[in-house]
Design a protein around this ligand. Structure first.
Ligand SMILES: Cc1ncc(COP(=O)(O)O)c(C=O)c1O
Length: 408
């Protein structure tokens, strides 16, 4: 991660204003490589379909494409981001419970994969297959099974249901349908669920192969992997120290064992989002006011908690001093610009602080820039500092960007 010196911060703010996201795209690439290394150590047939929803910044999705990875999309909007970024249809995997039918048709007829989430979706795809007998459609099935995480996931098809068997049987019997993948994703990121996640998938693979005589070319275990994080964030999240090997040893190792004598063994696919994106972005905002309310010191910044986290857990903060007049505080809260009472970026900061200081939040790359609502302020620019010159990745949003859709 490139260091953010006071000089660099001031030169960026002279150009882009006093609040912006700082991207370090080298960190993103390094995370992709580290994840690959951890999994390939056990099972070389590995690839990723990067989860666009986590952070669909074109610069990042192009890195994944350059590294040979796929795009994991969940909407026609995201499929279009992939295509506009130069990703080939064949490298698109489309998940999600609700899909735009026209775009499903376009993706399937051009070689992309659509993961079926319900029988009604399958029926539509089957009609497409019979209307286009000369085209082979790549389908996947999102598998829903127990992994011991105390959640009954609403996604995918229950692998023990008649419906699951019915879909697989019909795929096997349809000449121009190919089972491209079996896929699952479970949201909880603790490695402890990964053994069951993997064993469950291998059981489904076996069932599909023996009962229907078809085997997918990819087995996709989804995302839900923690990335590198500082100790303070880990403590806040209440998780034990975790690294990529904790996931690989519970999945890729089992794949290596299971497929050791299998010809045409499948590719182990992952759909990482947070694992590769979280640590590649920081968020910068500036302290605008400081006041005392009935004995409580409160600073207000020109940034919001909505800029950095959807979970309410705020990542670590560093103050970079640029203020001419600073004061020491035992416990000062740093509040956001919105009118939401609970909009705090940091609670009980201890140290010197003054108006004009910058607050820099690390680990802001996942579900941040894509989830910032247009509430009160438009969003700030994104600047990549990985190269020798800072590169503007996304300019500041303007009034017109948002209000063009309204009739005044
Ligand atoms: C289907 C699917 N794959 C991958 C991901 C990425 O998850 P994470 O950010 O935990 O890696 C998600 C996140 O919701 C998802 O729904």
């Amino acid at each position: 991660m490139k260091a953010l010196t006071k000089d660099l911060l001031e030169s960026l703010s002279n150009k882009y204003g006093t609040s912006f996201y700082i991207l370090d795209s080298d960190v993103f690439e390094e995370n992709c490589r580290n994840l690959a290394e951890a999994f390939k150590k056990y099972y070389p047939l590995y690839n990723i379909a990067y989860s666009y929803k986590t952070n669909y910044t074109p610069k990042l999705v192009k890195i994944v494409d350059r590294l040979g990875g796929y795009a994991e999309v969940v909407s026609d909007m995201e499929a279009k981001i992939a295509l506009k970024s130069g990703v080939k249809y064949e490298h698109i995997i489309w998940n999600g419970p609700v899909k735009n039918k026209e775009m499903v048709k376009e993706v399937l007829l051009n070689g992309g994969t659509v993961n079926i989430d319900s029988y009604s979706e399958f029926k539509y795809i089957k009609e497409l297959a019979s209307d286009n007998p000369k085209t082979t459609l790549n389908v996947g099935v999102r598998c829903n099974y127990e992994v011991g995480d105390s959640v009954i996931s609403r996604f995918g098809i229950d692998v023990d249901s008649d419906e699951f068997d019915k879909i697989l049987k019909e795929i096997a019997e349809t000449n121009n349908m190919k089972l491209a993948e079996l896929q699952a994703h479970f949201a909880k990121r603790s490695p402890e669920y990964w053994t069951k996640r993997t064993e469950g998938m291998l059981k489904v693979y076996e069932h599909v192969k023996t009962k229907f005589g078809i085997a997918p070319e990819r087995v996709d275990l989804g995302g839900g992997i923690f990335g590198a994080m500082p100790e303070s964030l880990r403590t806040q999240l209440g998780v034990a120290p975790v690294c990529f090997d904790d996931y690989a040893s519970r999945s890729a190792r089992l794949f290596a064992e299971y497929f050791k004598d299998t010809q045409d063994a499948p590719i182990l696919m992952l759909e990482p989002g947070t694992a590769v994106a979280a640590s590649c972005m920081r968020y910068v905002c500036c302290i605008e006011t400081i006041k005392d309310v009935r004995g409580k010191a409160i600073a207000s910044a020109n940034g919001s908690q909505k800029n950095i986290s959807m979970s309410g857990i705020n990542p670590p903060m560093e103050i970079i001093s640029c203020s001419k007049s600073r004061k020491y505080y035992d416990a000062i809260d740093i509040a956001g610009y919105t009118c939401i009472e609970s909009d705090y970026l940091y609670k009980d900061y201890q140290g010197e602080l003054g108006v004009g200081d910058y607050a820099v939040f690390s680990n802001c790359g996942s579900y941040s820039v894509v989830m910032k609502p247009p509430f009160i302020f438009t969003n700030v620019p994104v600047v990549d500092i990985s190269g020798s010159e800072a590169e503007l990745i996304k300019r500041a949003e303007t009034f017109d960007d948002l209000f063009i859709t309204y009739n005044f």
